[in-house]
Design a protein around this ligand. Structure first.
Ligand SMILES: [Zn+2]
Length: 106
């Protein structure tokens, strides 16, 4: 469950792995199209590689690098299971090709 930013009602959100569910997510009360705010803890991921380079300098740095790695993974999973919502601003994708069928019933 997450809060709709438009009408402040609780909205049932799909699992973070269910991409199709997120693509079509709408608030059932105000019909606003919603999307997940990207988890901020992804930004910590950029520091993992430099920390593991630093970890070659000694065991203390190695421990710090591993603790940081597991803390980052934990924070990403935690933020993904309690997602925050924002209004989707991009227009819905239009199909590149339209199929025209001759309707025999007309
Ligand atoms: Zn709403």
């Amino acid at each position: 469950m997450a809060m709709c930013p438009a009408c402040d009602h609780q909205v049932r959100t799909p699992s973070f792995l269910n991409l199709d569910g997120w693509k079509h997510l709408r608030c059932p009360y105000c019909k606003a199209r919603l999307e997940m705010k990207p988890p901020r803890s992804f930004l910590l991921g950029a520091l993992i590689a430099p920390l593991f380079v630093l970890a070659r300098q000694g065991q203390l740095f190695e421990i710090i690098a591993f603790v940081f790695l597991f803390a980052t993974i934990f924070l990403v999973l935690l933020e993904s299971s309690y997602p925050k919502l924002r209004l989707r601003k991009r227009p819905q994708a239009k199909p590149a090709v339209w199929l025209k069928f001759n309707n025999p019933l007309r």
